[in-house]
Design a protein around this ligand. Structure first.
Ligand SMILES: Cc1cc2nc3c(=O)[nH]c(=O)nc-3n(C[C@H](O)[C@H](O)[C@H](O)COP(=O)(O)O)c2cc1C
Length: 141
């Protein structure tokens, strides 16, 4: 098992309907290739965790890094790990644009976590634990 995390900046023209459509294709590809993970969309930036066999994760990341719908693709962390964090999701996705109260609460929690751990800016040992927290907040068991 291998995990890779990167961040990137969405192009202005890459709007939510297009992101959802991209996710439809992604879920199919990921399911076929044993990839799971989580894509966060936050203030026009993406933070994505990819989990799977090393060669599959690398192959997908190569494609993603060449995708011209986003830019400033920056790898934050990659490492072997013993288990998947998002074993039930081909690609969990959360956008903060929803107006319901629970979404706002979740956004507040994740916002403060982003600010303290600074995950978008540095290579960080905190980033995998960060996704673990994200999973607990967004998808409580
Ligand atoms: C932010 C972002 C995340 C993406 N995540 C995935 C993903 O998890 N799985 C996937 O198959 N494609 C993902 N893509 C799309 C790929 O970049 C690429 O378009 C897709 O793999 C098809 O590539 P191909 O036409 O070369 O086969 C993502 C693209 C972006 C911009």
């Amino acid at each position: 098992m291998y995990s890779l995390i990167y961040r990137s900046v969405a192009n202005d023209s890459f709007d939510l309907p297009q992101i959802y459509s991209m996710l439809g294709d992604s879920n199919e590809y990921n399911a076929e290739h044993g990839i799971t993970g989580c894509l966060l969309y936050h203030r026009n930036q993406f933070l994505q965790l990819l989990e799977g066999e090393k060669n599959e994760v690398q192959k997908l990341f190569n494609k993603i890094s060449k995708d011209d719908r986003h830019h400033e693709v920056q790898e934050i962390e990659k490492e072997y790990s013993t288990k998947r964090l998002f074993n039930k999701w081909s690609m969990a996705f959360y956008d903060y644009g929803q107006n319901e109260l629970s979404a706002q609460l979740k956004m507040g929690q994740i916002d403060s976590f982003f600010n303290t751990s600074n995950v978008f800016h540095h290579k960080s040992d905190l980033v995998l634990p960060f996704f673990s927290t994200v999973r607990e907040i967004l998808f409580p068991r």
